[in-house]
Design a protein around this ligand. Structure first.
Ligand SMILES: O=C(O)CCC(=O)C(=O)O
Ligand SMILES: [Fe+2]
Length: 318
């Protein structure tokens, strides 16, 4: 097999490989390591049928059954996302990691295209470990130790019922608090773990502060430098690390037909990055060179140095 990186920050395409031949002792460790390292792995030209996709998924752990997504009648672990003129507009145009309202959100998602529209229907990804790395040291320290509440977001709209019944159903569905900054359990990377679909508030902050800080954090997914956009064709499989990336699927193709099949691997309770005052994090590297701060970030850093020197300077202000 051969690997081609898809961008300087994350993402890779794996070539010359047939996923149906992978077993626990043949190729699994390599693929698992590549997912940890590159966060999104694209494998094209696969002829994996649904059964083989389930078997491949089970190599990584138990498969999840989503309470909201449309499942295959014969196999509840297989999610079938099919869109055409008869279906509603898909609710995928919002940045999210899958199912973070669960106490144990999924670890990986494996999505396969069966029918792709002629134009549109791409899926976008954002590296949330890069999002965290791009924050200032001050912001990283501020976030450390905070937790956020995750609920159902837009999936509420799928529960077509009157308001009192909706509240009752919501009361019975899971909800979870997760650290705002998590530690990836396999790579120890620090990850910004809030998303626009499911994260409702930061628990330790008053309402107005939570709203502003959360909005600032959610906007980080808009940075083109930390995004990736994947084009699908029938037979394309994408595996993403749901612990460290978010995705957004523009429904720009709808009502054209698109059919995808997905399996989702169960994960663990997210762990907080650190309980120290200072977060020890890894910095993004591009070919071994630490990524540059953005222009504003660099200006801020220079001003900060200047002001601090100024305070220490006995001649300051004279
Ligand atoms: O349709 C897509 O490309 C992705 C949909 C999605 O959000 C998912 O499968 O988790
Ligand atoms: Fe999703």
């Amino acid at each position: 097999m051969r690997l081609e990186r898809l961008g300087p920050v994350f993402g890779a395409e794996l070539k010359n490989i047939d996923l149906s031949t992978i077993t626990a002792s043949n190729g699994f460790d390599e693929i698992n390591n590549l997912i940890n390292q590159h966060e999104v792995l694209v494998i094209r030209g696969q002829r994996l049928n649904a059964e083989e996709q389930l078997i491949f998924g089970r190599l990584f752990g138990e498969l999840a059954v989503s309470p909201f997504s449309p499942r295959s009648a014969t196999n509840p672990e297989l999610i079938v996302l099919e869109t055409d003129a008869q279906s509603k507009r898909p609710l995928t145009d919002i940045w999210h990691a899958d199912e973070t309202y669960k106490l144990e959100p999924p670890k990986l998602t494996i999505l396969k295209a069966l029918i792709s529209p002629q134009l549109g229907g791409d899926t976008m990804f954002c590296s949330m470990r890069a999002a965290f790395d791009f924050l200032s040291d001050r912001m990283q320290s501020y976030l450390n130790g905070l937790t956020a509440r995750h609920g159902f977001g837009r999936f509420r709209d799928l529960l077509e019922t009157d308001l009192p019944t909706l509240h009752k159903i919501e009361g019975q569905l899971p909800r979870a608090n997760h650290p705002v900054v998590t530690l990836h359990p396999e790579t120890s990377a620090t990850v910004l773990y809030v998303n626009r679909h499911f994260t409702e508030r930061i628990n330790e902050l008053p309402d107005d502060e939570s709203r502003s800080i959360l909005e600032f954090l959610l906007q980080q997914t808009a940075r083109p430098e930390i995004q990736l956009r994947i084009k699908w064709e029938p037979g394309t499989v994408v595996i993403w690390d749901n612990r460290s990336v978010q995705h957004y699927a523009p429904p720009d193709y709808w009502p054209q037909r698109r059919r995808m099949e997905r399996v989702t691997v169960e994960g663990q309770v997210p762990v907080p990055a650190s309980t120290d005052d200072r977060v020890i994090h890894h910095r993004i590297e591009v070919d071994g060179v630490p990524a540059e701060l953005s222009e504003e970030g660099a200006t801020f850093a220079r001003n900060y140095e200047f002001n601090r020197d100024g305070l220490d300077d006995p001649d300051c202000g004279t």
